[in-house]
Design a protein around this ligand. Sequence first.
Ligand SMILES: C[S@@+](CC[C@H](N)C(=O)[O-])C[C@H]1O[C@@H](n2cnc3c(N)ncnc32)[C@H](O)[C@@H]1O
Length: 311
Amino acid sequence: MKTQRANLVERKVREEGEHLLFEYPNGLRVKTEKPLRDDDLRILPLGQPQAALMNFMLHESELLENKLVFEPFAGSGGIGLMALKAGARRVELLDINPKATRFQAESARVNGFEPGQFECIEGSIETFLPGEPYDLIFVNPPFIPTPNGLRGTTTSKGGSDGNFFVDIMLSRLDELLKPSGQAFVYLMQFVEGDRPLISDSLERIVTDRPVLLTPTQIERVAFDEYYQAYLQLFPDDREAIESWRNDLVGPHGSELSIEHYIAHLGPRSQEPCTWKISDDLEQKYGEGLRIHFESGRELAFGRAFENFRPG
Ligand SMILES: C[S@@+](CC[C@H](N)C(=O)[O-])C[C@H]1O[C@@H](n2cnc3c(N)ncnc32)[C@H](O)[C@@H]1O
């Protein structure tokens, strides 16, 4: 049996009034808001996606050492701040939400990071220009596939297939990342057979970097569960939801399923590259980091609900 990496990110969570404080075994402290707040510009708590990326960093401190790291879509900034704790030289955190930059700066100060070690930038991935390309990118972007026509939330809405922001980031990769740089991107995907839909973008855009896609769910969930969740949660949007379903099922078939992955984009290569599935979550990212759910319905409702907006 291959060795599994220990889980070094079993954290404690403390309630502090309206906020949560996440405390990691290595001393990192990150402030977020409580889940599902009545606020489109909410600061999400930290769960399995962030933990998987953080745990990887703690096991790969040589990769992080002295590096310039970028966390776009940073929210609380927990992932990027863990990169600093793991030995990065400097981290730049980007979010369109002005409240996020305030949370990031406060957590950075609480952890005793020096001003030169971090920058909290308010801006959009669509227009942001880095001062210099980064060595490493770690990112948990808005990736919830959301029917067109639903308002959704700024934290979650990822376009009809969930890949709207990931595609923008991939198309800007050469501006953002050094040729020797690497990126780790958490994804939620619709999967046709064994092809996650992001594979089209990877084949079109990332032709000179190897890409490994590590599945992170305990098992795949049928697309139909997700479609039914939207119908139940957003009954007034039935027309938009059905049209979205038809647009997906038309080209991809009704057997679509849902899987989460971590995409690891390696350094640029002279050889033409393609993506591969690599079923190594426990060996590469760590144990106890799979996305668990009691039923497909639970996962589907949980994800669709992230697009719920009061008012
Ligand atoms: C799913 S949340 C993830 C936050 C954080 N990475 C984490 O793991 O907790 C996505 C974040 O992307 C931000 N966001 C949405 N659209 C953006 C854009 N165009 N440019 C930059 N950030 C954006 C949201 O404000 C939100 O904080």
